[in-house]
Design a protein around this ligand. Structure first.
Ligand SMILES: Nc1ncnc2c1ncn2[C@@H]1O[C@H](COP(=O)(O)OP(=O)(O)OP(=O)(O)O)[C@@H](O)[C@H]1O
Ligand SMILES: [Mg+2]
Length: 226
């Protein structure tokens, strides 16, 4: 489903400084997997997800999604792939303040050709029910707690029924109870066949992984079950 082959990303910060947050990473995510990558702040986790989504282009190596290499796609094809095949749970919730929760969750679907707006709203309402926010559909993001906003972002990532969800720190800044609740939710979505690649600094999530890796200074290594 997602394959990274010897992927390296180097940023040139100034004339004399380069940084390589992802260094020769190979990773195979199969359909239905729950892959968790842990790593400290700055170890390259977000860059890894951005490479997987084609938001950042590799300096070298190959990224393949559903057997299509991203470097062979033009911007239009990349956008279509991102909106239809991949759900993204961003590290920072990024909800639009002027829209209601229901509108925020529906938003990515307006770029897809499928059914009418009513259908999208119904699906958004269903997803908000799944994350326990049926009663907050018509409020605005500022009226939600941090954990509730995370749940909205999870619902939004699923609106176009993606096969693969890339989740960046889905449990950061949450209390233990809400953290467990969100991970339960992600595991139950995974059980319906949606593939997950989760990156986090939180090692407590490792037991939930089907396959677990650690990112250190841009290098990815498998972790044994703890
Ligand atoms: N567009 C960019 N230009 C220059 N440097 C970048 C860019 N994106 C990321 N970096 C650098 O790459 C390194 C890794 O960043 P990244 O965001 O991938 O880390 P992370 O593991 O997600 O960290 P955190 O846990 O704090 O979110 C950092 O030193 C960062 O400054
Ligand atoms: Mg990050």
């Amino acid at each position: 489903m997602l394959k990274l082959e010897s992927v390296t990303k180097t940023f040139q910060l100034d004339e004399n400084t380069t940084i390589t947050p992802v260094n020769g990473v190979s990773l195979d995510v199969e359909s239905g997997d729950m892959v968790i990558v842990v790593g400290r702040s700055g170890s390259g986790k977000t860059t890894l997800l951005n490479l997987a989504a084609g938001l950042v282009k590799p300096t070298s190596g190959r990224v393949t999604v559903n057997d299509r290499e991203l470097s062979g796609m033009n911007d239009r094809e990349l956008s279509r792939m991102r909106s239809q095949d991949i759900g993204f749970i961003f590290q920072f919730p990024s909800l639009l303040a002027a829209l209601t929760i229901l509108e925020n969750v529906s938003l990515p679907s307006i770029f897809t050709p499928i059914a009418a707006m009513n259908h999208h709203r119904e699906r958004a309402a269903e997803l908000l029910g799944m994350v326990g926010l049926s009663d907050k559909m018509n409020v605005h993001p500022a009226q939600l707690s941090a954990g509730e906003q995370k749940r909205v972002v999870i619902a939004r990532s699923l609106i176009n029924n993606p096969g693969l969800v890339l989740a960046d720190e889905p449990t950061s800044d949450l209390d233990q109870y809400t953290e467990a609740q969100i991970m339960d939710m992600i595991c139950s979505i995974n059980a319906t066949g949606v593939t997950f690649l989760v990156v986090t600094h939180n090692r407590k999530l490792l037991p939930l992984a089907g396959a677990a890796y650690e990112m250190e200074n841009g290098i990815l290594k498998p972790v044994q079950a703890e």
